[in-house]
Design a protein around this ligand. Sequence first.
Ligand code: SAH
Length: 240
Amino acid sequence: MKKRGAMMLMWISLLLGCSRSPIIQSSPPQSDDPYAQARSRMVETQIRARGIRDPRVLKAMEKVPRHRFALPEYRDHAYEDTPLPIRAGQTMSQPYIVALMTELLQLRGDEKVLEVGTGSGYHAAILAELAREVYTIEIEPVLSEGARRVLQELGYQNIHFRVGDGYQGWPEAAPFEAIVVTAAPREIPPKLVEQLKEGGRMVIPVGTWRQELLLVTKTKNGITTRTIAPVRFVPMRRPD
Ligand code: SAH
């Protein structure tokens, strides 16, 4: 998994390397974050260019320092158009996918959001910029701990962490106006539907080898689902 990820990155950076024209810097960087320019370019070329329009989502993607969530050896790749390997053989999603999933939730700022699959913590940070409270569950303790550390360093105070099985959701904090699942189950987990508020939205990749990103909306009579796009996520695991 790691090896494949590294190969892919190499391949993509080769590809980008060939087509990239030299950048002439006419003014000094705007901030002391050495990655600020790379981040702006990511938002323009990968996210806005592909149709993400919600200004709050664009602003959050512009603000959150994605490189802080990457492993040191991948930090310089943090703003490229690719998923990145993280610890425990997992990956953080491609920036565009994070933006797309987040935009589909239509957050306005006063929601309670559940994330299944904390991973690096990057998506949790984006959600924390856009909602009132974020509850995030991760099955791998080492990932949850790492994410908690970075998110604390960055000053987020509206994120709650749990090490556990995302299939169970977080009943004590339910119902949620929005749920985002960042690993793929074979089917929509019933407990997550139960914990979604009526009128609430869940974005979830479903499937095994072939996966579809689904937008699930809870109605009075059940759920409606809309297929958004074919995707590739790590599988959602059952606890050992
Ligand atoms: N949102 C993450 C992406 C992480 S990849 C980010 O921004 O980096 C998906 C994550 O889901 C992995 O970290 C994996 O360990 C976790 N996962 C897999 N099965 C799970 C389960 N049943 N419950 C909770 N987390 C799970």
